[in-house]
Design a binder for this molecule. Structure first.
Ligand SMILES: [Zn+2]
Ligand SMILES: [Zn+2]
Length: 347
């Protein structure tokens, strides 16, 4: 007997930029708009930053990624639908999602409240589809409330590059008035200089060549050190030695050369991702009790601190925007290192 078929409601597809296998180019595809499950929300994405860490998804260099995968962990948007059990987040609310895409709440670190170091941390665009699409699903543990006056495109990079520099600096042990050096004036560094200035540090920006000197000063550096023409470590010692050096440029060699620029109890705060070793002789860190420390992003609560501080003080990323359908071009621009300074997709 023939059964009557009721036509399924027409679900409008959405646009997504996905990677179908490691090393593949971006594909612009149509997908069904996803439904949020329990403890999740659907976000109508308004902007998503293009971060160098997206290379992990593009090239498959992070273990265990399931393809096809939509990258993107600098997401700004609006809650569009809520799943079961979600009460603290409302439809129409502006939210962000950064590197911290959710914790398991059960590992040793989570049980101690150290969610940032969750052993099973989820990362948007790696563990699940991220923000290179018109709608994404996120667990509520990943959500960041967005201040009113920040635009989506400006807020997006603050959820990764912004929080990383802000959080590393505020945990570095430097106090107002201390000499803080920011190595590298790029996607991370141009934010690091601004935050360091607003924290009340004396900021020394370290770049290669004289071209970025004027910009570094404009962003809030009181000193510019051209590491091409002078020994940057010696230059820092002439200023008394740095309490913190925020190392943002992904060059282990350049970082190694700066260790002698630290003052007593100074910290080399490493946030620029590189894979070759930083070299330090034990005597370099023993004398003056110096430290070399790494720092990774932070929790959604840390992101809210970052956004609120940016709103309060006027710290903003310098961005170049591309429409979602040009995700491949936007990614290539980011990889070229020529972008000034963060590339952002807008929907
Ligand atoms: Zn990132
Ligand atoms: Zn955990």
């Amino acid at each position: 007997m023939a059964t009557m078929r009721v036509a399924a409601p027409q679900v409008a597809p959405m646009m997504a930029a996905q990677i179908s296998k490691p090393g593949a180019d971006f594909e612009i595809v149509k997908r069904a708009i996803p439904e949020p499950g329990a403890g999740q929300v659907r976000i109508k994405v308004q902007a998503c930053g293009v971060c160098h860490s997206d290379v992990l998804t593009k090239e498959g260099s992070w273990p265990g990624i399931q393809y096809p995968r939509v990258p993107g962990h600098e997401v700004a948007g609006i809650v569009d639908e809520t799943g079961d059990g979600v009460s603290a987040w409302k439809k129409g609310q502006r939210v962000g999602v950064g590197w911290h895409g959710g914790q398991d709440n059960t590992c040793r670190e989570c049980r101690r409240g150290d969610f940032r170091n969750c052993r099973n941390l989820k990362i948007p665009g790696i563990s699940y589809d991220g923000g290179y699409q018109e709608y994404m699903i996120a667990p509520i543990e990943a959500l960041v409330a967005m201040p009113e006056t920040l635009s989506d495109a400006e807020a997006a990079p603050l959820l990764c590059a912004g929080i990383t520099t802000y959080n590393a600096l505020r945990h570095s042990g430097a106090f107002p008035g201390d000499l803080v050096a920011v190595q590298g004036i790029g996607g991370l560094g141009h934010l690091g200089i601004q935050f360091a200035n607003k924290f009340g540090y004396k900021v020394a920006a370290i770049g290669r060549g004289s071209e970025t000197a004027a910009l570094a000063k404009k962003l809030g550096a009181s000193v510019y050190i051209d590491s091409k023409s002078v020994n940057a470590a010696e230059a820092l010692q002439k200023l008394g030695g740095a309490k913190t050096i925020l190392a943002t440029a992904p060059s282990s060699k350049a970082m190694s050369e700066l260790i002698d620029g630290l003052g007593p109890n100074g910290t080399l705060m490493v946030i620029g991702v590189a894979f070759d070793p930083i070299e330090a002789a034990p005597v370099q860190v023993i004398s003056g009790s110096r430290r070399i420390q790494g720092w990774a992003a932070g929790t959604p609560a840390d992101s809210e601190d970052t956004l609120n501080f940016a709103e309060l003080t006027g710290v903003r990323p310098m961005i170049e925007t591309y429409p979602l359908e040009k995700a491949g071009e936007a990614y290539a621009r980011m990889i070229s290192g020529k972008a000034r300074f963060r590339v952002v997709l807008t929907m």
